[in-house]
Design a protein around this ligand. Sequence first.
Ligand SMILES: [Zn+2]
Length: 345
Amino acid sequence: MIGILLLMAGLWGLGAVFRTPRRARLWAMAVLWAAVGLGLAALPAGHPLRTVLGEDLRVWGALTLLALLGLGYGLLVSRLKARAESTQPKAPTTPAFSSEELNRYARHIMLREIGGPGQKALKNARVLVIGAGGLGSPALLYLAAAGVGCIGVMDGDVVDASNLQRQIIHKDKGIGLAKVQSAREAILDLNPYVTVRPYQRRFEDQTASVLQDYDLVLDGSDNFDTRYLVNKKAAQAGVPLISAAITQWEGQISLYDPAHGTPCYECIFPDRPAPGLVPTCAEAGVAAPLPGVIGAMMAMEAVKHLTGAGLTLRGRLLIHDALYAETRVIEITRRPDCAVCGAHQ
Ligand SMILES: [Zn+2]
């Protein structure tokens, strides 16, 4: 009889290995069990097969009773559990991807470092981009194309013809439109599956509280006042910041997250240049594809940060010299006496 029980256990295990449904395995066990019972009842005493099967019909009957009791108990517990679950309010779940979205993001989902979970993280992410200019243009377009679910864009300017040499999110027909409006249209034309929140204003003390609604902020603004203020407010709010800047032929970018041990922008650039000392793009000029290179890097770093893929630029500053096609990455460290994130803050 022990042999029969071992045989049943073996069959059950084999079913588990081949992923046979539990119900099918239970039926197979029941048929085997009944066959042995019938054999015991039908065969005359002393029959060799009866000896193999365990001889005593009473023992077999007792075991049957025990098994039935066990099964009944299991069934009762699972019924009660199902009832308890159905009365509990369901936790809010994010909607799954539609088949159109799965097709749209297929090249991302097949990447080992992103996959389905990474794409879902992008969909659930809220990213604020400050400045819909040279850097903001490619950053916004790639965030949208990559499937970042909620994209905020803050800019107080309107589209000017002189922007179109590098601010590729805007169109000639959009001259005179608010940049946030023009950007919103371009983003939704590219990917209607994302949400865009336009803020038609400059980033200032009074408008900084919007940071709390975002998981990550990208600063592509074109002036030092905004850059230093975004850094300060992001550090205070504990929101990671991808900050980039360009001039003429050179660009730089890093991910500042002082809440998690990295330096902030002001740790690296403690001395704010005197007004007028460093010329803006409008004053000094800028090569058209340069903001495209650095702005796309901002989106790349954002995707990595949000999905956990690879090694981001946290604690490292990337400097790109487009004129000589050279890129350097330098380690950067926190400054203990930093006015924004230092120990006395
Ligand atoms: Zn700092």
